[in-house]
Each structure stands twice: as C-alpha cells, then as structure tokens.
Design a binder for this molecule. Sequence first.
Ligand SMILES: Nc1ncnc2c1ncn2[C@@H]1O[C@H](COP(=O)(O)OP(=O)(O)OP(=O)(O)O)[C@@H](O)[C@H]1O
Ligand SMILES: Nc1ccn([C@@H]2O[C@H](COP(=O)(O)O)[C@@H](O)[C@H]2O)c(=O)n1
Length: 684
Amino acid sequence: MFSTPHLDLPALDAAGGEVHLPGSKSISNRVLLLAALSAGTTTVHDLLASDDTRVMLDALRQIGCTVDEDGGTTVRITGLGGGAPRSPAQLFMGNAGTAMRPLTAALSLLGGEFELSGVPRMHERPIGDLVDALRQLGCQIDYLGNDGYPPLRIAHGQGVPPLALAEPIRVRGDVSSQFLTALLMALPLAARTQAIEIEVVGELISKPYIAITLQLLSRFGITVTHQDWQRFTIPAGSQYRSPGEIHVEADASSASYFIALGAIAAGHAGVPEGIRIHGVGLDSIQGDIRFVEAARAMGAQVTGGANWLHIRRGEPGQGWPLKAIALDCNHIPDAAMTLAVMALYAEGTTTLTNIASWRVKETDRIAAMATELRKLGATVEEGADFIRVTPPAQLADWKAASIHTYDDHRVAMCFSLAAFNPAGLPVRIEDPKCVAKTFPDYFEALFSVAHAATERIPVICIDGPTASGKGTVAAAVAQRLGYRFLDSGAMYRITALAALRAGLAIDATHESRIADMAKTLPVHFEGGRVLLGQDDVTEAIRTEEAGMNASRVSALPAVREALVDLQHSFRRLPGLVADGRDMGTVIFPGAPLKVYLTASAACRAERRYKQLISKGFSANIADLRADLEARDARDSSRSVAPLKPAQDALVLDNSDLTIDEAVEKVLAWWQERQPFAAPVAAQG
Ligand SMILES: Nc1ncnc2c1ncn2[C@@H]1O[C@H](COP(=O)(O)OP(=O)(O)OP(=O)(O)O)[C@@H](O)[C@H]1O
Ligand SMILES: Nc1ccn([C@@H]2O[C@H](COP(=O)(O)O)[C@@H](O)[C@H]2O)c(=O)n1
C-alpha cells in the first residue's frame, strides 16, 4: 500500500494483463456478522483484508467471538450461537457503514451495553431511520452526540426488553439500504417462535445490496421472502446455521476500475490484449456487476464467465472514443462513480441520475466528484441527485490536477483513471492510503497492468562521492514519493563479490568474463536483503573492502556496459530514485531532476566511521578518509562514466545539513518541477 502524502501518476498510455481482485467489502462484512451470530465455526475464505473488515473483526472479538486469522485471507469465526455477547463494550467502527449499521441492530437484539462510535465522518452519516425502527420494537438506544447520528449507546444491560413484533417493523428505504440490511440480519434472532414482517417506507434504493443480504442469509439457514421489495418476511423458527465454509467473491465495485481501464486504455506490444479480471464474473451476486452493462453502453467490449471478465477497448469509431450515456444509477451506486470518470473519455455529455445516496457516503460524493472533475478541465453540473459531465473540449483544456480524495477510497481509485488523459498530463492522488478501506493494494494492481512511455516515468538521480549520504537520502526521497529505489553501487559490489568468489581477479585481463557474469547475475532484492542466488550477501557487500573492490570492477568498461539494462529495468511505475556515480550523466541522462550530493572529506570520513562503529565494525577515521579519497580519485579519473556532476545537476553540499534537511531540499526541488501546486493540509 502507498502510505505517502500523495502519489503522482505519470501520464499512462496503455494497459494489458491480469488482475486478481480482493474480496467484496459488502459480502465480507455481512458474512463475518452472520458467522458471529451462528453456532459453531465458519471458515471464511478470500475475505477482504481492509480497514472496514478490520473494524468488524475487532468488534466481533470484543463481544466474545473467537476469531482466528491465518495472516492471509482466511479467517475462522466461532459464533455466539444464541449466547450472550460480552458486555459492556466500546466498539470503534471507523468509517465502516457495513459494520456500524448491522452491528447496531444485531447488538440491540442480543442484549448488553454497548457504545458504538467512529471517525468524525461516521458521526455525520445518518443512522436515525434504523434507530427509529429499533426503538419502534422497544429497544433502548441513546444518541451520544447529535440526534440521528453515531455515536450511540445500546442500553440493554438488563437484557433485551420485550419486543413489539406483532406489527410490521417499518423502516425507511430511500436513504440507505443498509438500514434494511441491518434489520434483516438482526431480526432472525427474534424470530424463533413467530414470523416477523418488515415494511419498507419509501422507494427502496440499492436493491442489489438487499439481494446480496438475502442470498447470504439463505447460506446461513434463513429464508426471507419479499413482496416487490417493499415487505419482507422472516419465517418463524429462524435459527442461524453456519455453512461451515464460505468463499467471498471478489469485489464487483473494485472491478469497475479495471473494467473502465480496459475500456479506455489502448493495448501495447508485449502484453496480452485487454484486461482480464479474476474472482468476479457475470454470475456475481453483487449488484455492481451490472456496471458491465453501463461500460458496454459506453463502448467497452466485455466478455466473461462465472468468475472472470475480459475487457477490451472498442475499435476507433466503434466504442472508442467512448459514448456518452444517460443512466439511472440506482442499481450501481458505488460503481457509478467510475462512470463519472469514464465520461472524461466520452464524446458528449454523460448524465448520471438517481444518485442522491452519494451525498451520505464516505463524503458528499456528488460534490467531491464535481469539484475534482472540474480540476481536470471537465464541465460539470451537479444537482441533489445527479451529476452531468462534459469532457474538456480540446487537448489544451485538460489540466494537471492534484486530486483531493476526502478520505474516500472510491474517489482515489476512480480518479487514477484520469492519468490516461490524451494531453499526457500527470495526475496527483492525495492521501492514496485511503484505498485501504476496500483495496489496500489498488495502486500496485494498477501499476501491474498499466503502461507509461519510459520517458514519462520520472527518475530522480542522486550522484556523488563516497559516503556523501546518497543512499540514505535517495532511499528516504523514494519512500516519501512512493517511488522505487535503485542503489546502483550495490550492482558493482555484487559483481565484484561474484567475480572474486568465482576466482577471477578484478583486472583488465578478466574484463570480458566478469562482464559476462554481470549480465546474468542471479541477484534478487527482497525486503531490504540482497540475495546472490540462494546466498544472502547483504552484509558481505557492505564492507569497506567490498566498496573498494566495487570501485575496481566499475572501472572496467565492459562491466559497466553489462549492467546498463539491469539498471534501466528499475525505471518502472510510478517512478524511480536512483543513487550512484553516473545516474545523471550516463544511465538516465534525460532525468528531470539530477542532484549531485557532496560533503567535505572530513565530514564523510566521520559519517562512515560512525556508520561502521554502529554496525560493530572496528574502524579508524584517518584510514577511512584515505580510503574514500582513493576511491573517489579512482571513480573520478576512470575513462568511462567518471564520477562528476551532470551538467544540469543541482549541487547540494550537505556537510552542515541533517539527513532530514537534505531530504526536504531534494523534495522541494522535485516539487518545483511538478505542474501541481504544493500539497496543502488535508481538508474534510
Ligand atoms: N546529512 C546527512 N545526509 C546523509 N547522510 C548522512 C548525513 N549525516 C549523516 N549521514 C550518515 O552518513 C552515512 C553514509 O551515508 P550513505 O551510506 O547513505 O552514503 P553513500 O553516499 O550512499 O555512501 P556510498 O557511496 O558508500 O554508497 C550514513 O550512516 C548516514 O546515516
Ligand atoms: N553508478 C555507480 C555506482 C557505483 N559505482 C562504483 O561502485 C562503488 C561502490 O558504490 P557505493 O555507492 O555502493 O559505495 C563506487 O565506489 C563506484 O566505484 C559506480 O561506478 N557507478
């Protein structure tokens, strides 16, 4: 997951390949609660690992369920099975509506004292209609903040009060379908001896989510019938029964980003045509699978099976550019946000209606989408329950935008698609970690299939003499930007080590054999460790002797040539920070930022001394200084790629700077080169 303050996406121009999507959030949290209400143990496979499922799992543990996690996507829940939950308990629900609403209803019918709260935005998301329905039944629920909103307290410390079940329980269905889902999952607990009726007041929105609820209830032994989605009957004798094992489908809403990607991105040589999605397909029980119909209407070519989809962009004039649509999106409220971004690639104006529920989601999504689409240059009209998007009229009208994401995972994910803009502009996604709510590795998945022209993938080069702090500063800059990191010196250190282990002296007579070896080095970088074949050489290549050997091997022109492709292969999305001696002069001469990092020899010798001592090596400052000056002299005087600042490099003498100051300086130089305004503090 990218936990950087922002993630800059270079202009993307093509895509192709396969993605495996994480489990559906809606199904995951429903299954967890149903397993918790059942007797026995349920093994849940392919569970979504995200913020929203985390709060649900934590809450279930707190109320007394046994939750065994395998560290992957399988979780075993041993449910309460009619027993009383552990109480009192204070439950934190984050911003997970799929946890807050159903748990409020279920805990009300289980008995006990509970306080349920969440993040500030959760306290702005309505729950009054559900609480009204539960109070109608006789439940004692108090608001702890504003009436109608969390946080709230369920005050059933003396047990569940007698419930008024004779009359149908009335609940509004036109604000959020989660209220009805919550009642449907909780009321079987009270339907042992009598049937219970629920009557929906107002037009039920998001019926597909109710369909998921009914499907999952039936997997746990409860068959709910309904009349025209307005009146629901939970039969007498209802009792939750664990299915033993259950698999969670991949998330159809998450699929929408990759369906859209397939619809807007051209193919490119060397990768399979189109995007293939695994884990969810045309037989999905999730309503958002109908996003496929909308994407097809806009021009996407979609084929699929039970649990897979394949999407291709239409031919020019036949699906590409996309066609503008007018669509009632009541059936796909979450995935419809993706349509608003697809509209940027359509001819004409796209109108999405019946989306009032967007206003009470993670953020006011209609306002958020309108604001951010306008930043890109689109013309947007918004109303209480609709949005109308007209793309920028011509190339010059597109703008490089820094997208504010409002702590809303879907805003972040759907706006990543704006990086395919025809103007070739980068897009900044602020607070990219908000995708953790449903798809923590979304950007990794995107980068695994998206393509950018090599020259568009940014590279920051940090060259300089020995022990100037290049590696330290480069690694920190890479981390702050979410970029990859190339320690090119390690390549020479490994080559020298491999040569010596093969019995080859490091000199011109062995140049071509060492170069051949360098071309096929079995080197792997794994979580900070460096492996040469099966051998962990992380420590072995870090000694002063290894540095000196690297300096010798690096003076051999054929060896340098042999390592070029390997170094170039690090230039991958979303960007690269490379440290070495010739990053800016030879390997990435077109890099948009080149820094020559230096410090006085005395200062560098002292730093290296402290570095070695802290690792338990014995060292002597005078010897170290002599060695590093000898190394610098050899590196600067060799015939090929000598150490020197690139002509367009910015020189930074960090003798009197802290590491943080040096990092900030490089980041400031980088920011100056970006088309986005400097980041501002996050807003609501
Ligand atoms: N202001 C500073 N900037 C960077 N590094 C510093 C600074 N102050 C102290 N150091 C320390 O200097 C030591 C050498 O840094 P580093 O290994 O990053 O240098 P390098 O230039 O990559 O060296 P080499 O050329 O051997 O790869 C590290 O222990 C680092 O923490
Ligand atoms: N781009 C580079 C990087 C390194 N070298 C040589 O390798 C030696 C070790 O490098 P460290 O950065 O790990 O200390 C270095 O002294 C150089 O001789 C290089 O030539 N080009």
